[in-house]
Design a protein around this ligand. Structure first.
Ligand code: 3HC
Length: 294
């Protein structure tokens, strides 16, 4: 079965990026959010991102309009009934995700493939909530989705190998490189990235260097596009804290334990770029200033 019709559930940062990328690749995409307000906000982000791609010459105006015409918005789950593949990108709560997939089972054809964009929750625990664990995979995209070239394609012990290959091939059609991985908490990227980010916070806590110096060290010393503290602000401190706790619960290893400073910042609501404050102050977004934290 060729995947032509895609459903995306959730139109936040990740869902809107996934929907946009798929529409640019020629797929027909229906995006579902819980309210008109949220879906409109997600589509405004898509328009902004398409405008950036047009401006840098990655996309022509004709291609932008064609991509835009392949995108439908809805607040009804039933409108996803005809989809070949549905990618879930809602809030990172296992119970909410399991409930969503159970509800999708009521409206979708038996052969519709389900995928979750979770960064750290168990794909197997979602798959067993459905009547089709063999048609269930993980598809983990990276932020910003239209730019980042990787997608992790995750199989569980119950995934049908033909379904897995079909989804891995789709990643290529989306212009991404697929990395194949199994359902182990954090997959490949977060298993390596999260301890690195947490170590950067520990280095700050221990007075190894100041915020801009830690960032410069990794940018200029290792050729990373962003230093770790800037990346934490970009990903969201709350998101990283949440993922770290899941990984710590799973492995009980110190390297996944969130440092106290990260916990205090999340408690204070300093979640990074999206909340205006994190390791940097974004009052002037073009010129972030390091915060006085330790
Ligand atoms: N849509 C369209 N275009 C975008 C975009 C978006 N959402 N975001 C950035 N761009 C474009 C810009 O227009 C710009 O185009 P240009 O080269 O023609 O000027 C280009 O990308 C570069 O952007 P900027 O000039 O604004 O800034 P940078 O050069 O610093 O690049 C970045 C931004 C691509 C985000 C780069 O800093 C980067 O790669 N950072 C690391 C991101 C990363 O590590 N992401 C993974 C996070 S982990 C994750 O997602 C997993 C989760 O589970 C936690």
């Amino acid at each position: 079965m060729a995947i032509e019709k895609l459903g995306v559930v959730g139109c936040g940062l990740m869902g809107s990026g996934i929907a946009q990328t798929a529409a640019q690749a020629g797929l027909h995409v229906t995006v579902r959010e819980v309210s008109t307000e949220l879906i409109d906000k997600g589509f405004a982000n898509i328009d902004k991102s398409l405008a950036r791609l047009l401006q840098r010459g990655t996309l022509t105006a004709v291609e932008r309009d064609a991509a835009r015409n392949r995108l439908q918005r809805t607040t009804k789950l039933e409108d996803l009934a005809g989809c070949d593949l549905i990618i879930e990108a809602i809030t990172e709560q296992l119970a909410a995700k399991r409930e969503l997939f159970r509800a999708l089972d009521q409206v979708c054809r038996p052969q519709t493939i389900y995928a979750s964009n979770t960064s750290s929750l168990s794909i197997t625990e979602m798959a067993v909530a459905t009547r089709r664990p063999e048609c269930f995979v993980g598809l983990h995209f990276f932020n910003p989705v239209p730019i980042m070239k990787l997608v992790e394609v995750i199989r569980t012990i119950a995934t049908d190998p033909r379904v897995y290959e079909e989804v891995a091939a789709l990643a290529g059609r989306l212009g991404k490189t697929a990395v194949r991985t199994s359902d182990r908490t954090g997959f490949v990227v977060n298993r390596l990235l999260v301890p690195y980010l947490l170590d950067a916070v520990r280095a700050l806590e221990e007075g190894v260097a100041a915020i801009p110096d830690i960032d410069q060290a990794m940018k200029l010393g290792c050729g990373h596009p962003m230093g770790p503290l800037t990346l934490l602000d970009f990903v969201g401190l709350d998101t990283t804290y949440y993922i770290a706790n899941i990984m710590y619960d799973e492995f009980k290893e110190r390297r996944f334990a969130p440092p106290p400073l990260l916990k205090r910042m999340v408690t204070a609501g300093w979640n990074g770029r999206k909340s205006g404050r994190g390791f940097y102050d974004y009052s002037d977004p073009e010129n972030p200033k390091p915060m006085a934290l330790v």
